[in-house]
Write a protein that binds this ligand. Structure first.
Ligand code: DLZ
Length: 176
């Protein structure tokens, strides 16, 4: 990382124990190559922070527009059961086209997910990429590789996994 780089989550996530947490992931199926990498990034960070694989519940929706309602459906499916969820990561990839579709969906999903977390009372992690180009999406999913084939871009899914553990932990234990 360049010495001047200041963007990113920082190290604060490292102390949160995810071993008692249950986390849902709902992802759109549009732009599936990028989505797959982001979901893998989120899952690997959850595992690194102690969330057992059996405590990760995955489902899909057609496109990003369906994410807010899909998030609610996933939460309701586990509500009141032993598997009640402590956080949900909602993942989608919007790539700008030639019409206003991108702007409307980005806006609706952003507001929908913000509202959903307050409606449900658990953190809903904003795993939505809103990219102007395919290259931007690949870069943010860690899929830009150098000549040796090694990734040299950051997978934002990892940040979303860390944010889910931190916020679920804080919500469950009433600490901030
Ligand atoms: C229609 C549409 C378009 C044009 N682009 C995307 C996209 O880049 N990423 C994405 O996740 N979904 C896209 N969709 C689908 C909508 O999100 C939604 O699934 C449909 O409009 C049906 O409600």
């Amino acid at each position: 990382m360049a010495a001047t780089q200041i963007k990113g989550l920082g190290d604060i996530d490292k102390s949160y124990d995810g071993s008692q947490l249950r986390v849902g992931i709902v992802h759109a199926r549009w732009n599936d190559k990028v989505i797959a990498a982001l979901v893998d990034g989120a899952k690997s960070k959850l595992a690194a922070m102690g969330v057992p694989e059996s405590n990760i519940f995955l489902t899909t929706v057609p496109g990003s527009y369906e994410l807010p309602f899909g998030t609610k459906v996933l939460y309701d499916a586990h509500k009141g059961k032993e598997t009640e969820l402590d956080a949900i990561i909602s993942i989608g990839v919007l790539i700008k086209g030639h019409t206003m579709h991108f702007e409307y969906i980005s806006d609706a999903v952003s507001h929908g997910l913000m509202r959903t977390q307050f409606d449900l009372g658990i953190p809903v992690i904003f795993g939505l990429l809103t990219c102007l180009t395919e290259e931007q999406a690949l870069e943010r999913a860690g899929l830009v590789v150098n000549e040796e084939g090694a990734s040299h871009s950051h997978n934002h899914g990892e940040d979303w996994g860390a944010a889910a553990v931190e916020m679920a932990y804080k919500n469950k234990h009433h600490v901030l």
